[in-house]
Design a protein around this ligand. Structure first.
Ligand code: 7TS
Length: 415
């Protein structure tokens, strides 16, 4: 495990962490929303605009070729990072959300009336709404895998729901609310027995777990750069070659064509068929620097350090009288995301006081209305940790929650 001295060195690479919030040092524990960016990522952005800014795949000139080369290098880097078979199975999108929309849109013509799509109770809205719309369009049925009171997916129910009518199963790898790591390999294997395709939403997993898309044998895997120390506005759809080749393009125009006449258009090969228009060139190239950062530290090291933070945070937070923690507390099956409520206080009230004390957490429905309804709450407070967080920051969170509780309960009793 990393010493706190090593973590301090890593922290020093993140200039934003030296910022003050209302005169308090920033404690940034909203990493499930987005991670902060290290110097090498910030520098890569400056470097891109200073040394190679050009449009790609279309210019013969030096800078266009240089930028194209760098973009394609990052595609290969991502291929290696997730252990995909071919670089052209990596499709650049705006992020995880767009990647899911791409699949839901491109699969439309394969869905008939009466077909079924399965998602789970644990999904982020990004992995609910595209499927809901597709089902409405094609008169298909959306089925939901239930969970138990600890947020564990009920696999026996899944086996009951799935049938030859199921065309796609779309499920997250790690829940953005409960941090639970779902048994995706089992779900993928069962789905394939019935001939269903599987999309795994890896938005929360990509910076937390070693991923081998060939081993898990998923058909699609989606994620965003900004959750792994990279820029916003760029993400990936990984898809198996054979499946993507049969899919229609999601958007059309620009460099995704082979030939256009007024009578007919033919499309480019993978991956360009799915990358219409000028992509986020800077985002892709800068993402490369973020992957270098992650690989230098080692994803396994990140995973094990975050597990220690999780265990410590759960231990400290459990000591707070009146805290309601959500999700099964099993460090081996959790990432470092902890959602909770405090003494029936409104999550926004607690979040506002934490903010005044310099602590950045996420509050509200966490883009998971069905899950909030399941737990019968309107919102939660979510702390999510990253490689640069410290045990001291967790102590500060603990003390600040006690302060917030004392202040808000006093106010409530007074009213
Ligand atoms: N799926 C999951 C599981 C997510 O956590 C998120 C973002 C998305 C999809 C969408 O990713 P995007 O990069 O396309 O926006 N989750 C969160 C969150 O929990 N708080 O802010 C964003």
């Amino acid at each position: 495990m990393f010493s706190q001295e090593t973590i301090k060195k890593i922290r020093n690479q993140f200039p934003i962490l030296n910022q003050k919030v209302y005169s308090n040092p920033l404690v940034y524990i909203d990493n499930a929303a987005t991670t902060q960016k290290p110097l090498q990522v910030i520098q890569a952005s400056k470097n891109y605009y200073s040394t190679m800014n050009s449009n790609i795949h279309r210019g013969l000139h030096f800078f266009s070729q240089k930028a194209t080369l760098h973009v394609e290098k990052v595609r290969k880097k991502i291929q290696k990072f997730i252990h995909a078979k071919y670089p052209y199975e990596i499709i650049f999108t705006k992020g995880a959300t767009e990647a899911i929309n791409l699949v839901a849109s491109s699969i439309t013509s394969f869905i008939k009336k009466g077909d079924e799509i399965i998602i789970s109770y644990l999904e982020h809205h990004s992995n609910i709404v595209p499927w809901q719309i597709l089902c409405e369009k094609r008169e298909a049925l959306l089925k939901i895998i239930p969970i138990d009171k600890d947020g564990i997916l009920q696999l026996e129910d899944f086996e009951f729901l799935i049938s030859e009518k199921t065309k796609i199963v779309a499920i997250n790898h790690i829940s953005n609310v409960l941090g639970i790591i779902n048994p995706i390999k089992k779900i993928i294997d069962i789905s394939h027995e019935y001939g269903a395709l599987v999309l795994i939403d890896g938005a929360q997993a990509i910076s937390n777990l070693c991923l081998n898309v060939q081993d898990i044998n998923t058909d699609f895997y989606v994620f965003s750069a900004h959750k792994m120390y990279g820029p916003t506005g760029i993400g990936v759809l990984y898809g198996k070659k054979k499946i993507l080749e049969n899919f229609s393009p999601y958007q059309v125009g620009g460099e995704m064509i082979k030939e256009v006449s007024f009578e007919k258009t033919t499309y480019s090969d993978l991956p360009f068929k799915f990358e219409a228009g000028t992509p986020n060139i800077e985002g892709i190239i800068v993402w490369g620097a973020a992957i270098d950062f992650v690989e230098k530290i080692g994803i396994k090291n990140i995973e094990s350090y975050k597990e220690k933070l999780f265990i410590y945070a759960i231990k400290r937070l459990s000591d707070i009288d009146g805290i309601q923690l959500y999700g099964k507390n099993d460090p081996k099956k959790r990432s470092s995301i902890i959602s909770f409520n405090l003494s029936k206080l409104h999550c926004f009230d607690v979040g506002s006081i934490l903010d005044r004390l310099g602590i950045a957490v996420r509050t509200g429905h966490l883009c998971a209305h069905p899950l909030m309804n399941f737990f019968n709450v309107t919102g939660m407070i979510r702390a999510s940790f990253s490689i640069y967080n410290t045990f001291k920051e967790i102590d500060y969170l603990f003390e600040s929650l006690l302060k917030a509780k004392k202040f808000l309960l006093k106010k409530r009793n007074f009213l």
